[in-house]
Design a protein around this ligand. Structure first.
Ligand SMILES: [Zn+2]
Length: 373
């Protein structure tokens, strides 16, 4: 009986915070982006989810392992909240929130009063609130280095890429779907611009892909592929970045991806002259460290999300990476030539997780390099 009452109470508390009392419409000055910030009703009092605050202001949240303290980093400032306490620490001072901070289901809920403090005390030049509208001055808050990303779904049109042996899935379709999913996540959650080298099932030459990225003045270039090997047992995930030093295995993948040149016409073939390669190499070398770093981040997250074998980060000399004047990586999500992985690749959920891993690695990369530049 007692247990039943506790269950009911838990359900009651859960639902009491789930009620959205209202929403603020969020606009960003000098940007077309709009967003919403929900206000939750908790026993008649108004609260904001700390994660939502972090998202709106493009910051991050750190909660202590004992849930006693939460730190919110936004607009280059740090705010500290304490469990069941009505004070927030900003700089060296503490400010009264008038109601206690609540922790429900491991999530910090902050009294809505925090927005008044934002507008009047903490960020008067960066934030303005009028009725149910919040205006954030984005030029003040982000001076991002990474704003534009080109995602390159490999192959397309008359070049199917690798084709599976049991379901006959074509690499070109699989990578296009992952690219579209990643684009959506990056644009909606990270506020960056994403361009795809192809939107449909069309043939695009290797040179055109990087030329497109250079024209768009992209800050990152991510080429997406599915692997294939003669050995049908080969499986796992690997991410490449450009380098002249390489292993034999990397050379095999490189040969496979570079095969696309045979589908290209004479005109685009002539672009791959030796001299061009040397020039490209010099430009790309400037970004080698960043490319290697992005490759590592991406490899780690892909393997974690996809539960695939970790084949590690590798270096290779892909034509498609050579023309990119920006940090560039080539992702081999899984082996379409392996019947188990082909089956996985067939699942929309699997492809969605691959896109999520790409989104997360770009986010981490951006956080690291935006701050240091
Ligand atoms: Zn490929």
């Amino acid at each position: 009986m007692k247990r039943k009452v506790i269950y009911l109470l838990v359900i009651f508390i859960f639902f009491s915070i789930s009620l959205v009392a209202k929403e603020y419409q969020v606009s960003y000055v000098n940007s077309a982006r709009t967003d919403y910030l929900a206000v939750f009703d908790y026993f008649g009092k108004k609260y904001l989810d700390i994660n939502e605050l972090s998202r709106i202001f493009e910051g991050d949240v750190d909660i202590s392992s004992d849930f006693q303290k939460a730190t919110l980093n936004i607009l280059q400032e740090e705010l500290t909240f304490y469990f069941d306490n009505n004070w927030v620490k900003f700089g060296e001072k503490n400010y009264n929130l008038h109601d206690n901070v609540q922790v429900i289901g491991g999530v910090y809920f902050i009294p809505e009063y925090i927005l008044k403090l934002f507008a009047s005390n903490f960020f008067p030049n960066k934030l303005n609130i009028e009725n149910d509208k919040i205006y954030i001055n984005i030029t003040e808050i982000n001076n991002y280095t990474i704003r534009r990303i080109v995602i390159d779904p490999g192959h397309g049109g008359r070049d199917p890429g690798a084709v599976g042996r049991s379901l006959y899935l074509a690499e070109k379709h699989l990578v296009l779907d992952i690219a579209k999913k990643a684009k959506w996540k990056l644009e909606s959650r990270l506020g960056v611009e994403v361009f795809l080298t192809r939107e449909g099932d069309e043939f695009t030459s290797l040179g055109d892909r990087t030329e497109f990225a250079n024209q768009k003045q992209a800050d990152l270039f991510v080429s997406l592929h599915c692997n294939a090997a003669w050995n049908s047992k080969s499986n796992g995930t690997e991410v490449f970045y450009l380098s002249t030093a390489q292993s034999d295995e990397a050379r095999a993948v490189q040969a496979l991806e570079n095969q696309v040149i045979k589908f290209e016409d004479e005109e685009s073939k002539s672009r791959y002259s030796d001299l061009d390669f040397i020039l490209y190499d010099m430009r790309q070398a400037e970004h080698l460290k960043e490319s290697a770093d992005l490759a590592k981040m991406c490899q780690k997250r892909l393997v974690r999300k996809l539960q695939t074998k970790n084949r590690g980060v590798k270096q290779a000399n892909f034509y498609v990476l050579r023309g990119a004047f920006m940090p560039a990586i080539l992702v081999e999500v899984a082996f379409v030539s392996n019947k188990y992985e082909e089956k996985k690749l067939d699942s929309s959920d699997f492809r969605n997780r691959a896109a999520e891993a790409i989104y997360e690695s770009v986010k981490s990369f951006k956080e690291k390099y935006d701050k240091s530049m």
